[in-house]
Design a protein around this ligand. Structure first.
Ligand code: ADP
Ligand code: MG
Length: 751
């Protein structure tokens, strides 16, 4: 196949040149333009704002406990505090008084509107704004906000996914105030809005969001952990809550490039792009000094987050060029989960001020590291004791071993569910694609703790490996290392000294669902181990030896899940199979575990999600998966047909014109002929491949969501990958100034 656009040019030679000139894209100039504009933006912004004092601004846009205490009548505050601090059910009588304080406070901050802010099952956050205005009879207006406005909202939210829980004829879902997460103000240059964290449910009370099950799972964990602590003689503990610290990885690129890439705009990742000569091989970006514009962006984003009361703490460059990380100080997990959502929104919003776009996708650039979100998880009592902290005393260490073993037991039993909780089209590019972390769920506990596990399994030796250990001083349990230092970055679930780190969460995903699952399955394991422990104490009366026997039983049972080696290696794939661990490579493999018998039973036991609610979630996850892949596949087809093929044709045409002219002047044109043949051959391949892609794109693969998802994963995705591979070859042949998409080289290295 040969592509020649115009016949032999009838125009004069200069005119031909002019039209070629006009059609070219001149990408080099774009890159220079981007750099120049970036500098202008930076100078403008840096000049306008002064440095800030964290303690002065922290929490000023969030309705803190202190402010509530100061402004509410004493009796109301006491009642509300029981709910916020001690997880007691909300007494709705307080709503009117809280509404008055909230409106007063928000108005002082310049808020004219309020919104019930919630986490629908799309994984993002949703808001529908209402003004405080109420017209009065004299033709003026006053502002109003009542207890019922605070307690309950009815957004006409019929377009949110409900997975069949809410037929459209009864489309009303309602939102209900979550007093455990503080209200906050979102500012914009022209006004401010009071945001009230809420849950979102159907009229029958079935959850349509991520918040409700998270709160229910918190209660489940609370119940079982408090019960277990009583066995250890901790009668004073009022409640236990899970704690969460969520590290967020992200990419930043200049918006000049973003808007020239339809793939980034529709799917958040590049569907094309040849590997640049310099990628992340030199490791010169990781922990390197942060470029000026990026640093200014970080200050601004952090300032906004501080004002919202989000305690962000660390920032650094990540492994891939233009990749960064932000991490907060941990908080109660349900508050931390809201703050995580706010962090994502804020990063995206603030980036725009600096002419940047923040990419949260799990794999924006092929061939470079993807982005994840490390979900650090532990359990804490109302007194602030961390249950996964090896303590100073033998007693604390017994307790530590109990909760440590329970977490491992939970992960062992529910590996499939954990994997399913983080399954998505985006995350498939990391998990199961030979990248961090692998799709096999295993747990890393470090050499020293593994040694202790071994000793307990063997029946209670008391020696311990080197490394700053604490003597327990009792005969039946070995000594516990304080903060095992070694780390293993290849494990999806690692014990890192005083918490577990679930590293397989995708950068764009909500942390609420994986946290819900950790809370629920940990509750179950703690409950089961408490049963055993109580029975053992009954039969031999001694807590220490009873614990020893329960621990031995537990560690024997979960042996397969412990793995300290290299999770990326091929040997591990073989070894894991031998151990009977699941290796669920793709979303389609993993999602069925959301409806596993074990899953249904643990969720029903603790009333976290009913079978119907689980089923609706499974359907929504599949649907989201299918929709995202479908958008990618159609965008791929579109870009090839309307951008890449035309560019190659223009370039080919230019070579052929030279060929003709060259022959006329008696030049040796063999090299241009070779070039034309090369370009033409890859172009032909591409056109053929995009034809096939077009055909499978036009086919739905069936009528049901599972059928469509399967079609996309098994038929469309491979064709899409083929198209990309050929297009990337072409990128390396076609003249740079004809290529219609900003290259990896430009996007990743212009900062
Ligand atoms: P890294 O994992 O990079 O070595 P750190 O260990 O300092 O970094 O902490 C990582 C994250 O873990 C931080 O966000 C921190 O707040 C969080 N974290 C620390 N302790 C806990 C805990 N007990 N519960 C939940 N998250 C925690
Ligand atoms: Mg970490």
């Amino acid at each position: 196949m040969i592509y020649i656009v115009p016949e032999s040019p009838t125009n004069s030679e200069t005119e031909t040149h002019k039209s070629e000139f006009m059609s070219k894209i001149y990408r080099r100039f774009d890159a220079l333009e981007a750099v120049r504009k970036a500098e202008e933006t930076l100078t403008a912004i840096n000049g306008s704002e002064k440095a800030f004092n964290i303690t002065e601004i922290f929490g000023e846009n969030c309705l803190s406990m202190d402010t509530l205490k100061e402004r509410l009548p004493g009796s109301v505050w006491k009642t509300l505090k029981k709910t916020i601090r001690d997880n007691e059910p909300l007494n709705i009588d307080v709503a009117d008084a809280v509404a008055v304080v909230m409106k007063e406070w928000a108005s002082e901050k310049g808020a004219s509107h309020f919104t019930h802010w919630f986490q629908p099952l799309t994984g993002a956050t949703a808001e529908k704004h209402d003004s405080f205005i109420t017209p009065n009879q004299g033709g003026g207006a006053m502002t109003q906000f009542s207890g019922s406005d605070l307690m309950r909202g009815e957004p006409d939210a019929s377009s949110f996914p409900s997975g069949g829980l809410r037929p459209t004829f009864e489309a009303r879902g309602y939102t209900a105030w979550d007093p455990t997460s503080p209200a906050f103000i979102i500012e914009n240059g022209n006004g401010s809005t009071l945001c009230i964290p809420t849950v979102f449910a159907s009229w029958k009370g079935e959850s349509l969001d991520f918040k409700t099950p998270l709160l229910r799972s918190t209660e489940a964990l609370n119940k079982e952990a408090v019960r277990a602590l009583k066995i250890f003689g901790e009668d004073e503990v009022k409640w236990v809550n899970s704690t969460g610290g969520y590290e967020q990885e992200y990419f930043l690129i200049d918006q000049e490039f973003f808007y020239r890439r339809p793939d980034l705009m529709t799917s958040g990742r590049t569907l094309f792009g040849a590997k640049p000569p310099k990628g992340q091989e030199l490791d010169d970006h990781y922990f390197g000094s942060i470029p000026d514009r990026i640093l200014s962006f970080m200050y601004e984003a952090e300032k906004e987050l501080y004002r919202l009361g989000v305690p962000v703490k660390t920032r650094h460059n990540e492994v891939a060029p233009s990749q960064f990380e932000i991490a907060p100080v941990f908080e109660k997990a349900n508050v931390a989960a809201d703050h995580q959502q706010l962090t994502m929104v804020t990063l995206k919003r603030v980036a725009r001020k600096f002419g940047l776009v923040c990419l949260l996708h799990e794999k924006p650039f092929a061939g470079l590291n993807g982005s994840g979100k490390h979900a650090n998880w532990s359990m804490s009592t109302n007194k602030g004791a961390n249950l996964l902290e090896p303590g100073e005393s033998p007693h604390e260490n017994m307790q530590f071993l109990f909760f440590f073993a329970a977490t491992l037991k939970a992960v062992h039993k529910h590996q499939g569910l954990l994997r399913a909780s983080i399954a998505s089209a985006g995350n498939d590019h990391r998990l199961g694609a030979n990248e961090a972390p692998p799709a096999i769920i295993s747990a890393y506990v470090g050499e020293q703790l593994e040694d202790i596990v071994d000793q307990i399994k063997k029946g209670g030796a008391t020696s311990s490996k080197e490394g700053g250990l604490l003597g327990l001083g009792i005969p039946v349990l070995p000594t516990i290392p304080k903060h095992a230092g070694d780390r293993n970055r290849t494990s999806p679930f690692a014990f890192t000294g005083n918490k577990f780190e679930f590293r397989a969460v995708g950068s764009e995903q909500t942390v609420s669902f994986p946290t819900t699952i950790l809370n629920t399955i940990a509750a179950e394991a703690i409950g089961e181990m408490s049963d055993l422990l109580e029975a053992e104490i009954q039969s031999n009366g001694n807590l220490e030896s009873a614990l020893k026997s329960v621990l031995k039983k537990t560690f024997d049972e979960i042996d397969a899940i412990l793995f300290n080696g290299d999770g990326y290696s091929d040997e591990w794939q073989v070894e894991a199979k031998k151990r009977g661990l699941l290796n669920l490579k793709s979303t389609l493999d993993a999602l069925p575990y959301m409806m596993d018998e074990k899953t249904i039973s643990v969720f029903e036991k603790y009333s976290v999600l009913s079978e119907r609610e689980l089923e609706s979630r499974l359907e929504i996850y599949l649907e989201q998966y299918f929709i995202r892949l479908n958008i990618e596949a159609e965008t791929t087809e579109d870009i090839v047909r309307t951008m890449i093929v035309p560019a190659a044709i223009r370039y080919l045409n230019e070579i052929l014109a030279l060929n003709d002219r060259g022959k006329g002047s008696g030049l040796d044109v063999s090299s241009t002929s070779t070039l034309a043949t090369q370009v033409n051959s890859v172009l032909s391949e591409l056109v053929a491949a995009v034809e096939t892609l077009g055909k499978v794109n036009a086919d739905l693969g069936g009528d049901t969501i599972p059928e469509k998802a399967k079609h996309l994963a098994l038929v469309v995705l491979p064709e899409m990958n083929k198209v990309r591979e050929i297009a990337d070859k072409l990128e390396k042949l076609v003249a740079d100034d004809y290529w219609p998409l900003p290259s990896y080289r430009d996007m990743l290295f212009v900062k």
